[in-house]
Design a protein around this ligand. Structure first.
Ligand code: ADP
Ligand code: TYD
Length: 207
């Protein structure tokens, strides 16, 4: 089973992805937990290029770099883990390219969809949780965390608004994508996520 977590920066994806991974581990499943971009040696190198504020990267080059990291991850880690019956949990995946590079940077959807398909082939998530919080809440959390902003985080508020709208539009067409209200306590959010996972497991076991 492949479960992915999506949303804007600081929406609480990693917190929820980690809670999900440890709940699966507690129930005896073998879990592979990864973050994008990254998760392989090549992917981590590409990640540092993408996030480095000193790099001037053309939007289409950005698509190829994220997709190169993902192509490696799918073939080196995700496909083999799924073949061994493991649960794979991914903090960001292909929808991030659709929303950030497509809606955010304005790369046409035909190009994004074609590149995404080549990168992931048939490895489509069973479930995707889009943790949705407002731009104001994101800014509040980022101020509280006080960490240095990376190259992507410098894109500006309009960019993040477009990316958020992208997630909302995607959730209307993709059944696997569940919108989760992120402005609640982590425990409340996780209870909803875990109940959706339980339903999906039940649904796939009864066919
Ligand atoms: P992301 O992976 O989306 O960047 P994180 O899980 O790292 O998000 O969380 C970003 C920040 O928000 C962290 O400081 C974290 O402690 C805080 N946070 C996470 N979940 C919540 C929540 N439900 N409510 C309030 N703050 C949260
Ligand atoms: P990261 O620190 O992992 O951010 P977050 O904690 O919010 O996930 O940095 C990854 C950044 O790269 C983040 O701003 C989202 C962006 N990104 C894209 O623009 N396209 C993509 O395909 C992926 C995977 C990430």
């Amino acid at each position: 089973m492949l479960i992915t977590f999506e949303g804007l920066d600081a929406s609480g994806k990693s917190t929820q992805a980690e809670l999900t991974a440890s709940r699966f581990r507690d129930s005896g499943e073998k879990v592979v937990f990864i973050r994008e971009p990254g998760g392989t040696e090549l992917g981590e190198r590409i990640r540092s290029i993408l996030l480095d504020v000193h790099n001037n990267i053309e939007p289409i080059a950005e698509v190829f770099l994220f997709s190169a990291a993902r192509s490696q991850l799918v073939r080196e880690v995700i496909r083999p883990a799924l073949a061994q019956g493991k649960v794979v949990i991914c903090d960001r995946y292909v929808d991030s390219t659709t929303t950030y590079q497509g809606y955010g940077r304005g790369i046409p959807p035909e190009s994004i969809n074609a590149i995404n398909r080549i990168a992931i082939e048939d490895i489509i998530p069973d479930l995707t949780f889009f943790i949705d919080i407002s731009l104001d809440e994101i800014e509040r959390r980022q101020r509280t965390a006080g960490k240095m902003t990376d190259r992507m985080e410098r894109a500006g508020r309009d960019f993040f608004e477009r990316a958020r709208n992208g997630y909302i539009e995607l959730s209307r067409t993709e059944k696997r994508l569940k919108v989760i209200r992120g402005e609640r306590s982590p425990d409340h959010i996780f209870a909803e996520i875990w109940s959706i996972i339980q339903k999906e497991l039940h649904r796939s076991s009864v066919g």
